[in-house]
Design a protein around this ligand. Structure first.
Ligand code: UDP
Length: 313
């Protein structure tokens, strides 16, 4: 297939690109490089089946030649990033999704939207099944991301229902792995960097809030299965192993054999108190479930962060 991948220089997209190329597909990565990085795709830049176009998908997208699939993964995804770029985040979720759907329609291509567990907001139901409508504060600081993704889901299904485009929606839960940006502010890179430097780990609030972390290769395997499926309604992809952020901090300290202490900082506004995917639908419809344990995924990720730190010296 000839595939357009928006957000192509992002963390998850770069892993997906490698997988798609190894399966024999042609990939056009598109990114405005606000949070994406060329280093992420350095390994595929010379691949004859890959091309990169620097473009902001919130503006009209023009792609020459045939397209079989449009994967719309462009968006700031870390709370720190989307709070720094609130309007760009709203635009890429709304105008960017509209433009990406327009390209898919123009080329008769299938379409996949990367949505998020943030559509559930600060959930009152745990774990979250796809049938849960969420608890989102539209005017809170996180609303810029949550509401743009909720709009993105709505317009994706409207294109499916109105224009008959074969669309898919994945709700991605916390994902981690090699190539996460050191400064993106999310808990995994923050804690690993802090632990490796023997600096205090910054736990926000009292650390009782929970998250469930999925290793990137598991997520990518789920995305590939979803691409090939007939599922048009949203599906959760994530690892249901839930833990508190305080437990997570202790685990990182132990795994890195760090001398770091834990310090407590203010909890960000509207930070979800719990998050855990109900993956019954992915299991049943996609025959997918995560296979990499948290320990194994963290070992690989910590190893990569160590190598990066050594390369910087
Ligand atoms: N968090 C933390 N310390 C950090 C970064 C994040 O305690 O240095 C917390 C954050 O408040 C949230 C959880 O870790 O409860 C996950 O945050 P992240 O930014 O990774 O993503 P989120 O799941 O909130 O989108």
């Amino acid at each position: 297939m000839r595939i357009l991948l928006t957000g192509g220089a992002g963390f998850i997209a770069s892993h997906l690109t490698e997988k798609l190329l190894s399966a024999g597909h042609y990939v056009i990565g598109m990114d405005n490089l606000i949070t994406g990085r060329m280093e992420n795709i350095a390994g595929v830049m010379n691949d004859p089946n890959f091309e990169f176009i620097k473009h902001d998908v919130s503006n009209y997208i023009d792609v020459k030649g045939e397209l079989d699939y449009v994967l719309h993964m462009a968006s700031p995804a870390s709370p720190v990033d989307y709070l720094e770029h609130p309007i760009k985040t709203l635009k890429v979720g709304s105008l960017g999704t509209h433009n990406s759907l327009g390209v898919a329609k123009e080329h008769g291509a299938k379409f996949l939207l990367a949505s998020t567990s943030e559509v559930y907001g600060d959930p009152l139901v745990n774990p979250q099944p796809e049938t849960y409508w969420g608890n989102v504060n539209p005017v809170g600081p996180r609303g810029v991301y949550d509401e743009s993704k909720r709009f993105a889901e709505a317009i994706t299904l409207a294109y499916h229902r109105t224009h008959g485009i074969d669309t898919k929606i994945v709700r991605i839960f916390n994902t981690f792995g090699e190539r996460m940006r050191h400064q993106d502010g999310r808990v995994v890179p923050n804690f690993i960097d802090q632990a490796l430097n023997n600096e205090p780990l910054t736990v926000y609030g009292d650390g009782s809030q929970t998250r469930s972390f999925c290793y990137v290769s598991d997520l990518v395997a789920g995305l590939i299965k979803l691409m090939d499926s007939a599922l048009n309604e949203p599906v959760n992809i994530g690892n249901p192993e839930e833990m508190s952020i305080l437990e997570f901090a202790q685990k990182i300290i132990k795994m890195t054999k760090s001398k770091s202490e834990i310090v407590y900082e203010e909890l960000p506004v509207n930070d979800p108190k719990v998050r855990r995917p109900d993956i019954a639908k992915a299991k049943k419809e996609l025959d997918w479930e995560p296979v990499v344990s948290l320990e194994e995924g963290l070992n690989r990720t910590i190893g990569w962060f160590k190598k990066e730190a050594e390369a910087d010296l």
